[in-house]
Design a binder for this molecule. Structure first.
Ligand code: TPP
Ligand code: MG
Length: 388
């Protein structure tokens, strides 16, 4: 497996054609760590999670069998859920669909490694509207996703008032997903400042698309996270599917890699094949270790697919892009980790689960008109503008 891995030295983005020797990477890491330690005014406490990630090897697969099988299971679960949500939209049980088919390799690899809990000692996740795989990997069941897309009063995230994939789970530090794109890159600065002040193990993770990096919020995250002496523990990620609705990447980006923008701010950067869950998992593992240990930001770009187009607004039909699950299954079959029977079993099982959850949720109550102002402001204070 070729890893399009960033140099561990601050300020270097690797491209597929630019890979460094292991020795050079090691000494670069040492230098970067020394330099950053000297620069910081407060040091972050060492915790159990900042231990060097264990080396896991299985032939050329580089992760143990349990992790590989677990990752595949979660990817299939998320895909079947998303496919069901598209059907829910198409048969008129939802007003709108947007989601993540094609981003499972990235989303699951991320969700499996998030330190979940409430408060600044845990990770904060500032995600965008393609985050179902991350939530599934964190332990979300199918019900909340389906309640949200069907706008049911039972939806725990918004009480049936927002779009699909716009999650909010305070108990896991999942900050509300917003429809205005890219604002999450600014919001993440705030939680990262709180985490820096506490000096604990939590980091602030932010995800978003390639087109959104044109917004000022993205630039703000680079600037604020890399101020000399006040660096923030931020994991700034971009999922590059090479589209912004119907505008193609090539017509908008003068830079070859979005990740290269981090080099100007002296931050560690990386560009990865986000359709390869193993490469992605290892990249995230390395990056999270680096951020927790040093309290410094990372900008990482992952190439992903958009398997059903932008959203229901563009039809939600198959695009024929590269499918990360098919690629992963081919690899695991070749290495004897999975069998065709197990693959079928998993697909059938999650397809049936998604179907039956949708049938159940369909019968649940819709929100009532008098709840329209609920949760707009704390304790509903001044929530009704007509009473101002
Ligand atoms: C501030 C803002 N501007 C424009 C839009 C309309 N809009 C919704 S999604 C989208 C494209 C985003 O593309 P990208 O950031 O690459 O993410 P992707 O959808 O490809 O995952 C746009 C322009 C918006 N929601 N918010
Ligand atoms: Mg895009």
């Amino acid at each position: 497996m070729t890893r399009k891995k960033a140099s561990k030295k601050k300020g270097k983005t690797s491209s597929p054609s630019r890979s460094k020797s292991k020795k050079a990477k090691k000494s670069a890491t040492k230098k970067a760590t020394k330099k950053s330690a000297a620069k910081k005014t407060t040091s972050r406490k060492k915790t159990t999670t900042s231990k060097q990630p264990p080396k896991k090897k299985l032939g050329s697969l580089e992760l143990d069998k349990e992790t590989l099988l677990g990752m595949h299971d979660l990817m299939v679960k998320s895909r079947k859920l998303e496919e069901r949500m598209i059907q829910i939209y198409k048969r008129g049980d939802a007003y709108f669909w947007i989601g993540a088919p094609g981003e499972e390799a990235f989303g699951v690899a991320l969700g499996m490694q998030i330190q979940k809990g409430q408060g600044p000692e845990y990770d904060y996740s500032h995600l965008h509207y393609r985050c179902t795989p991350t939530l599934i990997a964190m332990g979300m069941e199918m019900e909340p996703a389906i309640r949200l897309i069907m706008n049911k009063a039972t939806d725990p995230c918004t009480g049936g008032r927002n779009f699909s994939n716009h999650y909010c789970f305070p108990e896991w530090n999942i900050v509300p997903v917003t429809s205005p794109i890219e604002v999450q890159y600014s919001a993440a600065i705030g939680t990262a400042i709180a985490q820096r002040r506490r000096g604990n193990k939590g980091i602030s993770i932010v995800s978003g698309g390639d087109a959104g990096t044109a917004e000022g919020d993205f630039a703000s995250s680079l600037i604020w996270s890399s101020r000399p002496g006040f660096e923030l523990p931020m994991y700034i990620t971009v999922q590059n599917n090479r589209w912004g609705i119907s505008t193609d990447y090539g017509s908008q980006h003068g830079e070859k890699y979005i990740a290269d923008r981090g080099r100007a701010f002296g931050m560690r950067t990386g560009y990865y094949n986000g359709n390869d869950p193993i490469e992605t998992y290892l990249a995230i593992q390395d990056d999270m270790y680096y951020i927790r240990r040093n309290g410094l930001p990372v900008l990482a770009e992952f190439e992903v697919s958009r398997l059903y187009g932008h959203s229901s607004a563009s039809g939600a039909n198959p695009t024929g892009d590269v499918c990360c699950i098919e690629l992963f299954e081919d690899k695991l079959l070749r290495h004897g980790i999975l069998t065709k029977e197990l693959i079928k079993e998993r697909h059938d099982q999650y397809q049936e689960e998604a179907r039956s959850v949708a049938e159940k949720v369909r019968t649940e109550a819709d929100p009532q008109a008098d709840t329209i102002w609920d949760n707009v402001w704390v304790d509903n204070e001044n929530a009704d503008w007509r009473k101002f």
